[in-house]
Design a protein around this ligand. Structure first.
Ligand SMILES: NC(=O)c1ccc[n+]([C@@H]2O[C@H](COP(=O)([O-])OP(=O)(O)OC[C@H]3O[C@@H](n4cnc5c(N)ncnc54)[C@H](OP(=O)(O)O)[C@@H]3O)[C@@H](O)[C@H]2O)c1
Length: 330
């Protein structure tokens, strides 16, 4: 990390001996543990005792005149990548987030949590991909060790009842496997992850939920008679109350389409569900997750997320401005 100083001699307990020099000093390379920097700040200011005159070598006692000046230490050049765990990394959106993090290896160290060996193989994961069930706190504990941030993309997945014949019309029926209801996965499973992350000192959690949670009668709650949105909402509230910096992304209907080519829309309280723009590409949700990890404007916020249809509006590139539009904490 590069540090710019005033043109004089530095004396500060945090500076290594090699930084003590006399005369004009314009820059010096100093390493600090990441923990000494607030993740949000681009600069850190501290005061040093500085000599007007010539020399302070090492920590030798200095008896000349000392005066107090400000030394600006820029953290903007911090290049240490964030270590991020994506859970549900074998899922359709989770896979994209995991891939994006891997591709941006200068900014992130990607880790994943999947449920099965097959999922691990599917995403080409090696040692950094853990296999575990989020309903089991012990299975999560090792995966969260040493991470800076967590992206939660796990969800109960409804199964279609056998015997549905599309040629006969009608709607398929869905069910959840015993023990894998939204209550167990979307509530207990997410809660387990939040608790484990908190215990491990994780600095940020991004949780992908769903729009529709303000309406108890939303049709999604009828699937398998399992109140999926109710349990998702409960987990969201638990995260918001956890004290950990969070971003809750309540997505509209997910589509397996190309990302980065639509204007994204943020909203609150399901207002977007009353409009014609209620869907979003999984790739766009994934990008918003990744951007949320890097932007202060995303923290302590919950947002509904959809997009304009392709070809209308201007594709979103400025995610800082997107998050800045969000004023809701929940
Ligand atoms: N579908 C929509 O239109 C829609 C709309 C709005 C929001 N959402 C929400 O957006 C999020 C992402 O959706 P998606 O369709 O991309 O997800 P998805 O493909 O259904 O992936 C869910 C992932 O959760 C994992 N999982 C389930 N139970 C688990 C457990 N007990 N332990 C560990 N992992 C478990 C699954 O693992 P396996 O791969 O092993 O099954 C799967 O990888 C979800 O929260 C979803 O509810 C969806």
């Amino acid at each position: 990390m590069a540090m710019t100083t005033t043109t004089t001699t530095l004396f500060h307990p945090l500076l290594p001996t090699s930084s003590y020099k006399s005369g004009a000093v314009t820059s010096s390379i100093v390493s600090f543990p990441r923990s000494q920097f607030p993740s949000s700040s681009s600069s850190l200011q501290f005061h040093s005792l500085v000599s007007d005159s010539t020399s302070i070598f090492g920590r030798r006692k200095f008896t000349g005149n000392l005066r107090r000046v400000s030394v600006i230490v820029s953290a903007a050049g911090t290049t240490e990548p964030l270590t991020v765990l994506v859970t549900g990394a074998g899922g359709r959106t989770g896979q994209i987030v995991y891939k994006k993090l891997k591709e941006r290896s200068d900014q992130f160290v990607a880790k994943g949590l999947v449920r099965t060996k097959e999922s691990k193989e599917k995403i080409g994961g090696e040692d950094e991909v853990f296999i575990g069930d989020i309903r089991d706190p012990a299975a999560i504990a090792s995966a969260v060790q040493g991470i800076d941030a967590l992206v939660i993309l796990t969800s109960a997945v409804p199964q279609m009842k056998p015997g549905f014949d599309p040629s006969k019309g009608g709607r398929p029926e869905f069910f959840f496997e015993e023990g894998a209801y939204p209550e167990q996965v979307d509530w207990i499973g997410q809660k387990n992850q939040i608790d484990a992350a908190k215990a491990a000192g994780v600095k940020q959690i991004v949780l992908v939920g769903s729009m529709g949670g303000t309406n108890i009668n939303h049709p999604l709650n009828s699937i398998g008679n399992a109140n999926i949105l109710v349990w998702k909402r409960k987990a969201e509230q638990y995260l918001a109350d956890s004290g950990i910096p969070y971003t809750i992304i309540r997505a509209g209907g997910l589509q397996d389409k190309e990302g980065g080519i639509r204007e994204l829309l943020v909203g609150k309280d399901d207002e977007l569900l009353e409009t014609d723009t209620r869907t979003i590409a999984r790739a766009d949700v994934a990008e918003v997750c990744v951007q949320a990890l890097q932007l202060e404007e995303a923290k302590f916020k919950a947002l509904d997320l959809a997009s304009k249809p392709e070809g209308t509006g201007t594709p979103t590139k400025d995610f800082k401005a997107l998050f800045a539009q969000v004023t809701t904490k929940f």
